[in-house]
Design a protein around this ligand. Structure first.
Ligand code: NAD
Length: 283
């Protein structure tokens, strides 16, 4: 199964990063969103990201122009009908994604693969909203997409081997390293990363050490490039809570219970960098 044209649904943080990676790899891509403003912002983000590479002499101006010429945009999902692979990167909301998968199934050509970049929703469940569950798979990219090496490829219960093979080839073409993962709450990375951050929040609330000391300890003691609390601010304190809730509900195991301080931070609106305040303050 060869993938010659890719569609990306959602032009936000992840969607525009994925579209950028496709274009840079020489694959024509069409990026769609419900809102024209989001499409415009997404295209601007791709252009800005390429421009920074050009300024740093990491990308030739002609290569940038070639890549930009491969990015199409639309607010009409009909633009996805000729794609061999559609990567859904819309807002993380179960109802929204179930509806989207049913409608993508109706408009994508027969044989096209429909992938989701979801961080937490069951791929098997999304697949069941379509009549092609064998052609549905998780393609979990990491933020920022142009920089991060990993893609978790998540097999739903019905995902066919040919679907996996085709998507694995695309991931490699994008210069990424794929890891095959079974469909399970949090997949691999969030299953381990988010409980570690949660534990750091428990430690902070117990007064074990200050936020800065906890982060310094993990940076210096474990060679982590960033401490768990600073990372939580970067990911979004609300996103961290959402993942813990998925793990807690998915496994029904108390070891995944969200730290009370994490819940309270979200209640207070201290969502991290995006709101200017989380475990640290941002000017
Ligand atoms: P975002 O809010 O930046 O972008 C989401 C975009 O989806 C918005 O532009 C919105 O207008 C659009 N959208 C909403 N409904 C739509 C629809 N019906 N059709 C088309 N577009 C629609 O979100 P994001 O951070 O890019 O996250 C997107 C997905 O990627 C989520 O599933 C999220 O869990 C996952 N993800 C996010 C990260 C991250 O660090 N941000 C990392 C890995 C995976």
């Amino acid at each position: 199964m060869s993938i010659k044209q890719i569609g990306v649904v959602g032009a936000g943080t992840m969607g525009n990063g994925i579209a950028q990676a496709c274009a840079l790899a020489g694959i024509p891509v069409v990026m769609t969103d419900i809102a024209q403003a989001a499409v415009d912002r997404g295209l601007k983000a791709i252009d800005g990201s390429f421009e920074r590479l050009v300024k740093k002499d990491k990308l030739a101006a002609e290569a940038k122009a070639r890549a930009m010429s491969l990015v199409g945009t639309s607010t009409d999902t009909a633009a996805l009908k000729d794609c061999d692979l559609v990567i859904e990167a819309a807002t993380e909301n179960l109802e929204l994604k179930l509806k989207l998968f049913a409608s993508l199934d109706g408009l994508a050509k027969p044989g096209a693969i429909i992938a989701s970049n979801t961080s937490s929703i069951s791929i098997t469940r999304l697949a069941a909203a379509t009549r092609r569950p064998d052609k549905v798979i998780g393609m979990h990219f990491f933020n920022p997409v142009p920089v991060m090496q990993l893609v978790e490829l998540i097999r739903g219960l019905a995902t066919a081997n040919e679907t996996y093979a085709a998507v694995e080839a695309v991931a490699r073409q994008l210069g990424k390293t794929p890891v095959q993962v079974k469909n399970s709450p949090g997949f691999v990375v969030n299953r381990m990363l988010c409980p570690m951050i949660n534990e750091a929040i428990f430690a902070l609330s117990e007064g074990l050490a200050t936020a800065q000391e906890i982060d310094d300890a993990m940076k210096l003691g474990c060679n982590h490039p960033i401490g768990p609390l600073a990372l939580c601010d970067l990911i979004g304190v609300d996103v961290q809570l959402a993942v813990m809730q998925v793990l807690y509900e998915g496994f029904k195991d108390s070891k995944y219970r969200p730290a009370p301080l994490l819940v309270e931070m979200v209640e207070a609106g201290y969502l991290g960098r995006k709101t200017g305040r989380g475990f640290y303050s941002y000017g």
